[in-house]
Design a protein around this ligand. Structure first.
Ligand code: HAM
Length: 435
């Protein structure tokens, strides 16, 4: 079989079985995705987070304003289009949409702090490579309405708990504080003054950032630029006392939870909305795309999006694809695809009808039932039962229909027993539950 169509570069199919894509990356099976998603949901429930689902299509302006006009995401990575005078974007991230939804639906009126989580696809027109896709999946949390340091520490704790529940260790947490936007402006001016004499020595990207987004230069991977930055003014010397006290409290709470971290004064993140605490979680096995997750406070975002009151908030998002890469690297345990409890093989037209009808009854009784839909020979059906790893097969032919008894075969031992039709569901349930 063949088709002239392929999935779009930077996207991928999730299939019942895991496979290796053209770039040599293992794409996990849908069962593995479900397992990871179930683990995430379980940890979210334990931490008392509620799910929010927002649309994939959002107004372009929400993203441009929320994420920031000068960011790479808005400058060059949005899948945006116009239709009948309306500007749409495929969401590149989920924080701005969650804040929009929070404000639009007055979720503050539910009372207290809103602790929300999400799992879903995001879109960025980046150059596809290992761990970097154009359609990828994020899971994350947003805690809205809490300015306490405990919210910061809880955000990080949830992320670490999910990684631990999935069997990931050997992770590296980097932590920084960006202070308030006002203080940061002062720092940016100082940084620009410091870097100006070096402008000719900077890479083209950094030179462009010098005017537009100088903080991002701190993120540089170019060794020569890192050298220049060694004596640059430090952001931590500019953030105010209140920010410093908040940061100290966060660090103390992380220590209480025995969460290890490294302070990184150059950790600035690529989105404009951050204030105060920021962090990134890295997994060494990820190579160039080492960030598994990132997040931080964004105490001003609600106002940027039109709120007349501030909404202090913090959250993180992690990339599912990178999580799977890290799981591969850690050789973490993964579930096998689900197997049917029983495969029912039919011999002849009349038996096929009986099997079709009875399968429904057995499913109503809670059993996971497979049967043939191709009119294949008994031998081919038993081969299929084996391929699907069904522990039991039921064989129905003319004799069985006459005697109103089914032949139940245990696949591994080959042992067979006759079971009357009216006791079949109960018999199978009993054996499946107590193998
Ligand atoms: P971000 O750092 O842009 O933050 O993305 C978070 C995570 O999404 C990254 O650490 C990475 O694992 C994954 N990711 C990003 N781009 C790609 C891509 N092209 N392919 C595969 N994975 C990718 C945010 O999006 C913020 N909204 C996080 C946040 C939530 N801050 C506060 N609350």
């Amino acid at each position: 079989m063949s088709t002239s169509y392929q999935n779009i570069r930077g996207t991928f199919d999730i299939l019942p079985d895991a496979y290796t894509d053209d770039g040599g990356t293992r794409i996990a099976s849908s069962a593995e995705w479900r397992h990871v998603e179930a683990t995430i949901r379980d940890v979210m429930r334990r931490h008392n987070f509620e799910e929010i689902r927002t649309p994939i299509l959002e107004p372009t302006e929400l993203v441009a304003r929320g994420v920031g006009e000068s960011t790479d995401i808005v400058q060059k990575e949005m899948f945006a289009f116009e239709r009948k005078d309306t500007q749409y974007v495929l969401r590149p991230e989920i924080t701005a949409p969650v804040v929009r939804s929070f404000l639009q639906h007055h979720l503050d009126q539910r009372g207290g702090v809103q602790k929300l989580f999400y799992i879903g696809p995001c879109f960025r027109a980046e150059k596809p490579q290992k761990g970097r896709y154009r359609q990828f999946h994020q899971f994350g949390i947003e805690i809205l309405g809490a300015d306490e340091a405990r919210a910061d520490a809880e955000t990080i704790a949830v992320l670490m708990a999910i990684c631990e529940a999935l069997g990931l260790s050997d992770l590296h947490l980097r932590l920084n504080t960006l202070g308030t936007p006002e203080r940061r402006e002062e720092y940016i001016a100082a940084l620009q003054d410091y870097l100006a004499p070096y402008a000719d020595e900077l890479s083209e990207t950094s030179r462009r950032r010098l005017d537009r987004n100088p903080l991002r230069i701190l993120d540089t991977k170019v060794e020569h630029e890192q050298e220049i930055l060694r004596d640059a003014p430090q952001l931590i010397d500019f953030v105010g006392d209140e920010s410093l006290a908040h940061y100290e409290e966060v660090k103390g709470l992380l220590a209480d939870l025995e969460i290890e971290y490294e302070e990184d004064p150059h950790l600035v993140r690529g989105l404009d909305y951050y204030t105060e605490t920021t962090f990134e979680l890295e997994s060494p096995g990820l190579g160039a795309q080492s960030a598994l997750a990132g997040g931080g406070r964004y105490d001003r975002l609600a106002e940027v999006l039109g709120s007349d009151e501030p909404v202090p908030a913090i959250g993180f998002a992690a990339g599912m694809e990178r999580l799977f890469l890290a799981l591969d690297d850690a050789d973490a345990e993964r579930p096998a695809p689900p197997e049917p409890d029983v495969f029912i093989a039919a011999l002849g037209d009349e038996a096929e009808r009986w099997v079709f009808r009875t399968s429904q009854d057995l499913r109503d009784a809670g059993l996971h039932v497979a049967h043939d839909l191709m009119g294949r020979s008994l031998k081919a059906q038993m081969k299929e039962a084996n391929r699907q790893n069904a522990p039991y097969a039921v064989i129905i032919g003319g004799n069985e229909l006459d005697a109103e008894t089914a032949t139940v075969k245990e696949m591994e031992s080959g042992e067979q027993v006759d079971v009357p039709f009216d006791g079949l569901a109960e018999h199978l349930r009993e054996r499946v539950e107590n193998p």
